[in-house]
Design a protein around this ligand. Structure first.
Ligand code: GAR
Length: 205
């Protein structure tokens, strides 16, 4: 039996490199999925043009346009529900989304450190790599996890590691970690989707 295609919503706030990596993995046949909708939390996110340039539908739901986390979360949930997707993938999404019960367990996040280290509010992008270098750690990497209602928190699906070199800058470490992210995120999404299909008897083990 052929594995059905997972319909994805991808949430972005920045450059969209993670989103494009997923699109690339789909195009190369490594990830049985389709990006149904990209949602950007900032109207100036570079990823908006990159998503549309790649032929992906992209809605802009600026956090700034909403008074509080509650109203933003409700609007985001409505947008995701309307898209009819199977999984939600946070891809450099820097806003807090109060995840409703029906999306817990179907929402994934990727973070550029070995969680639980160097995660949480304010820990994103170069801040993470700067903190890792300053800590003296000799190993870093990335984590894909199910998202819950705390920043960078929830059951780990997959981690990949890489060395921290003595002469690393945040930028050189970020590039090494991102090389691992490129492998980790499509693989983790595929694993989750396969296990969901097995649970509903949609494909053979
Ligand atoms: C990725 O490195 C991702 O791990 C990180 O943001 C980057 C994506 O940015 N996510 C977090 O830090 C979540 N706390 P981009 O795809 O916009 O380039």
């Amino acid at each position: 039996m052929t594995l059905p295609v997972a319909k994805l919503a991808v949430l972005i706030s920045g450059s969209g490199s993670t989103m494009l990596n997923l699109a690339h993995a789909i195009d190369s046949g490594d990830l049985p999925a389709r990006i149904v909708l990209v949602i950007a939390s900032r109207s100036d996110a570079v990823g908006i043009d990159r998503a549309r340039g790649a032929g992906l539908a992209c809605e802009v739901l600026p956090r700034k346009a909403f008074a509080d986390v509650e109203t933003y979360s409700n609007a985001l949930t409505a947008c995701i529900d309307a898209a009819g997707v199977d999984l939600v993938c946070m891809a450099g999404f820097l806003c807090f989304w109060k995840i409703p019960a029906h999306w817990v367990g179907r929402t994934l996040n990727i973070h550029p450190s070995l969680l639980p280290d160097f995660g949480g509010r304010g820990m994103h992008g170069m801040h993470v790599h700067d903190a890792v270098i300053k800590s003296g750690a000799t190993q870093s990497g990335c984590t894909v996890h199910f998202a819950d209602n705390q920043y960078d928190h929830g059951p780990v699906i997959l981690q990949r590691t890489c060395p921290v070199r003595p002469d690393d800058t945040p930028a050189t470490l970020a590039a090494r970690v991102f090389a691992e992210e490129r492998i980790a995120y499509p693989a983790a999404i595929k694993n989750v989707w396969l296990s969901m299909q097995r649970q509903i008897g949609g494909c053979r083990p």
